[in-house]
Design a protein around this ligand. Structure first.
Ligand SMILES: [Zn+2]
Ligand SMILES: [Zn+2]
Length: 256
């Protein structure tokens, strides 16, 4: 079985002490490929993600600034993203988007940065990885206006109708460990509204560890638990779900 963790923050300080062991456990668990999201805090995260991708042929990177942090962005941050976006190991722009649940940055700044990252995706010909929380109407309006039509709605937390609407816009929908939580029935219902060829799975580690690891530091090896739940909802064996979601991730990120 080969799994693809489409969204992991293994560049972060939470993995500083044991990153190589974490990646080895991922491989041992069948997680053959990982996309590292270089977007938390300042652009050092993007630089670290690209460095990880440069040294491992089965790891790729994305670059952007998380919607939580866009308030701190300077012209120098944009310069880093402009440069790294063209790097051959960078497979998408992200994570970018709108988070109206936490509102860590003002909403207008989030919208402005999202539009600008979508323009960067268009200019570089790369897909976008979107973080959208409690902002699905605004996000869909911005995505429709951009016309980009390729990318991932990561860690999906909307309604089944929201999922169907993103699919109609051309996007893939990625499910995290949240799908395993007892209270997340609407997200399990959303799995059934997404065509099999648009489903991705992810850890979003170190956050959101799936049941039965909930509460621990998450890591790519645990994506197997998310795969099991998504497979059950999709009516597939876990082996089949692993193969399909790996193929889907390769398709959206342009990997062979
Ligand atoms: Zn996110
Ligand atoms: Zn993330």
């Amino acid at each position: 079985m080969k799994l693809f963790d489409s969204h992991a923050h293994v560049d972060g300080p939470e993995f500083e002490a044991d990153r190589d062991a974490v990646l080895a456990r991922a491989r041992a668990a069948g997680v053959a490929r990982i996309v590292v999201i270089g977007a938390v805090g300042d652009p050092a995260s993007a630089e670290r993600a690209v460095a990880l991708a440069e040294r491992d042929p089965e790891i790729w990177a994305t670059v952007a600034t998380h919607p939580h942090d866009v308030q701190q962005m300077t012209p120098a941050w944009w310069d880093v993203h402009e440069r790294l976006a063209r790097h051959p190991r960078v497979v998408a722009i992200g994570e970018t988007g709108l988070d109206y649940y936490y509102d860590h940055s003002p909403r207008q700044l989030q919208r402005d940065a999202f539009v600008r990252f979508l323009e960067l995706a268009r200019r570089t010909g790369k897909p976008v990885v979107c973080h959208i929380r409690d902002a699905h109407d605004d996000a869909r309006a911005i995505l429709a206006e951009s016309g980009l039509g390729k990318g991932v709605i990561h860690c999906f937390t909307g309604t089944p109708d929201d999922a169907a609407a993103y699919v109609a816009l051309g996007f893939h929908v990625s499910f995290s460990g949240i799908v395993t939580y007892k209270t997340a029935q609407p997200i399990r219902d959303a799995v059934r509204r997404v065509p099999i060829d648009r489903i991705l799975i992810e850890t979003d580690c170190p956050y959101l560890a799936p049941v039965p690891m909930r509460g621990k530091r998450n890591e790519p090896a645990y994506v197997v638990h998310t795969a099991a739940t998504v497979a059950r909802e999709a009516g597939l064996s876990v082996e089949d779900l692993a193969a399909r979601t790996t193929a889907n991730a390769c398709a959206v990120f342009g990997l062979t």
